[in-house]
Design a protein around this ligand. Structure first.
Ligand code: C2E
Ligand code: MG
Ligand code: MG
Ligand code: MG
Length: 288
């Protein structure tokens, strides 16, 4: 479409300004359309959850699952979160959608348990705005009560950038969540700009090494040095470490060598619908 507009602009000899104005209108119209359909998506029950196993690097046992939001947008298929979460953040809809994610994940955990599957903790992503919202802690509490899921079966993932946005309230919220017995992971670790002091200040339990450091592990000495440094830091602060985006056996071998106990990535399983999880849970039961 943009190419057609370009061709058209050139062919008709119109100036650059008109060309850019046209492109802007197309972008604005697309945005408006996206926002309109996004606003009704929750009510129309178009959101769905995918799950991706987090496994022990030693033996491949499933130790947990990350919960990943998807949008089944009519006429567009399955939409990935990077294409709509920024907009949910902007318009505040991330708060109700985020609450839905927590509830739906807990309900899924109940369903798996009823089906006799070994329970593993589910890790739910929290965005900055959701995290700052006053209603978050009461909503979590209500969800745990309503579903009967133990707090130990729920984890939250939050990026360091999101954590840094609000000083005092962040600490309070984290302490409340931690006091409930829910563990917290730092997502995309190493990619934000922040001091490491927060690891000491906040009740953090786990670090997720961003896949940017995992991707070139075989060829990059720098990335191996970064991973080694993260492992040393985590070791002395008694945090556990998950490597994200593990796609090859060679990456896995290097991570094991560096003492990384947990991993997640296409090598083990791609994120998939809940219906595809039971065989994985049965194949590698995490607890007897
Ligand atoms: P994230 O929390 O860092 O999640 C990991 C992302 O890496 C997921 O992308 C996952 O599909 C992808 N991934 C996993 N293994 C591999 C691999 O081996 N190779 C590669 N190339 N990618 C891999 P996804 O599902 O598209 O989610 C993107 C981001 O959207 C997430 O990054 C998270 O920040 C956000 N997100 C997802 N669900 C939610 C949610 O319910 N709420 C909020 N606030 N954010 C969410
Ligand atoms: Mg995550
Ligand atoms: Mg991540
Ligand atoms: Mg990410």
């Amino acid at each position: 479409k943009a190419d057609a507009a370009m061709y058209h602009a050139k062919a008709s000899g119109r100036n650059n300004y008109q060309f850019f104005a046209e492109r802007m209108n197309v972008a604005a119209a697309r945005r408006f359309e996206l926002e309109t359909s996004l606003r009704g998506a929750l009510e129309r029950e178009e959101f769905t959850l995918f799950y991706q196993p987090i496994v022990a690097t030693r033996d491949g046992k499933v130790e947990g699952m990350e919960v990943l939001l998807r949008w089944r947008r009519p006429d567009h298929g399955l939409v990935a979160p990077d294409d709509f979460i920024p907009m949910l953040e902007e318009n505040g809809l991330i708060v109700p959608v985020g609450e839905w994610v927590i509830r739906a994940a807990c309900e899924q955990a109940v369903a798996w348990r009823r089906a006799g599957l070994a329970p593993v903790p589910l890790a739910v992503n929290l965005s900055a705005r959701q995290f700052m919202h006053r209603g978050l802690v009461p909503a979590i509490r209500r969800t745990l009560e309503d579903t009967g899921i133990e707090a130990a079966m729920l984890e939250f993932e939050i990026t360091e950038t999101a954590l840094m946005q609000h000083g005092r309230q962040t600490l309070e919220t984290l302490e409340q969540i931690s006091a409930m017995g829910i563990r917290l992971s730092i997502d995309d670790f190493g990619t934000g700009y922040s001091s490491l002091a927060y690891l000491k200040r906040f009740p953090v339990h786990k670090i997720k090494i961003d896949r940017a450091f995992v991707r070139d592990l075989e060829t990059s000495g720098e990335d191996r040095a970064i991973v080694a440094a993260i492992m040393a830091l985590a070791g002395s602060l008694q945090l556990s470490v998950v490597a994200e985006g593990v796609e090859t056996g060679a990456q896995l071998a290097l991570l094991r060598e560096h003492g990384c106990d947990l991993a997640q990535g296409y090598l083990f399983a791609r994120p998939a619908d809940a219906a595809e999880m039971p065989p994985l849970l049965r194949t590698y039961p995490s607890r007897e």
